[in-house]
Design a protein around this ligand. Structure first.
Ligand SMILES: [Ca+2]
Length: 345
């Protein structure tokens, strides 16, 4: 990630989620034009699925913007302007294997023309995060962003400070949220520059929603339906401009929830209870330990023949006081026999 984007990551409250370990692991699809060749350094996270990219350009830039907000995500890029049916069939055949939830569409029908080709992706249950278009329209947003199914999240461009709307950003009914464009990306020779346009607001939103979905999965919570994703985006957005929904900013500036919600962490590899569990079970609570330090402590206990649960808690405040930690851990193990804890604060 580029330090030049620290300010926008802070504005959109993405940083605490990254710090808590939610950096967007998983897969995202982008449907874009022909210019999606990975630049040097992008190969680890960007796959040109059909190998048809002609050069590095618009689609490569979109992928870099996603990477700035979801650095652990892998991006599958397809040129949806050619071989449309083959592209669709690939997505249909691979979406479950790759657990694809979100598709970024930084494309817009010319002058508000319809783009029905994207409807079939929505019919698969996928969520298409779409740029509202750069026609400076004050009356309509472009398709596919304009489609009314909840599967289409329409994204416009806010100004850098998040308080206004960029002049070019299409405004109209159906606009869901805005975020700034002007995200910095890097060319192969090291040159860093900002990319402007709703094409580069949409991937920011794609990445943020993907990070939230990663959190839900990690917490063992159910996937959001398209309607729930839309409701989440509307609910978490900061209202700007005129009070309430307005066609310039939609529901407002999309930000992440202010804090990472507290959940009871999942305990992995619970061994079967043995005849005398009472003195065998230890729990290492490690809210502020580095993962490798916690692992070393757990290994040391195990080396002594003590069965040890290692509980990684990235949720801030989950174990505010020691007594709380004990209660939490009893609950999470559903085992009142646990009587020894090592808690680090
Ligand atoms: Ca408003």
């Amino acid at each position: 990630m580029l330090p030049q984007n620290d300010a926008v990551r802070k504005l959109l409250r993405v940083k605490p989620w990254h710090d808590a370990g939610y950096r967007g692991k998983g897969n995202i699809v982008i449907l874009d034009g022909p210019e999606g060749k990975p630049r040097a350094g992008m190969q680890p996270y960007l796959t040109d699925v059909f190998g048809t990219a002609t050069e590095s350009g618009h689609a490569s830039n979109v992928a870099q913007v996603i990477h700035e907000f979801a650095p652990d995500a892998h991006i599958y890029y397809l040129d949806s302007t050619r071989n449309k049916d083959a592209v669709f069939e690939w997505v249909k055949a691979n979406k479950d294997r790759l657990k694809i939830k979100f598709i970024n569409v930084s494309q817009a029908g010319l002058r508000g023309m319809e783009t029905p080709d994207f409807l079939r992706y929505a019919a698969l249950g996928l969520i298409l995060v779409c740029a509202s278009g750069n026609d400076d329209s004050e009356e309509w947003i472009s398709y596919p962003a304009r489609y009314t199914a909840p599967n289409f999240i329409a994204v416009g461009s806010a100004t850098r400070d998040g308080n206004g709307i960029a002049g070019y950003s299409n405004e109209g009914e159906g606009l869901d949220v805005v975020v700034p464009s002007g995200v910095y990306i890097q060319r192969e020779d090291g040159y860093v520059w900002p990319v402007d346009g709703t094409s580069f607001s949409s991937p920011t939103v794609t990445a943020m929603l993907h990070v939230y979905a990663e959190y839900l999965e990690d917490a063992g919570l159910p996937d959001m339906t398209p309607a729930e994703v839309e409701a989440f985006a509307h609910g978490v957005a900061l209202d700007i401009l005129t009070k309430g929904y307005d066609i310039r900013s939609g529901y407002g500036l999309l930000v992440m929830p202010e804090t990472v919600p507290v959940t009871i962490p999942e305990v992995k590899e619970v061994p079967p209870l043995t005849a005398e569990p009472k003195k065998l079970y230890h729990v290492l609570s490690t809210p502020y330990l580095k993962q490798d330090e916690a692992q070393a402590k757990a290994d040391a206990l195990r080396a002594k023949g003590i069965t040890t649960y290692l509980v990684h808690s990235l949720q801030f405040g989950a174990f505010g006081v020691e007594g709380n930690a004990v209660n939490q851990q009893n609950n999470l193990l559903e085992n009142e026999e646990v009587d020894t804890y090592i808690a680090q604060y």
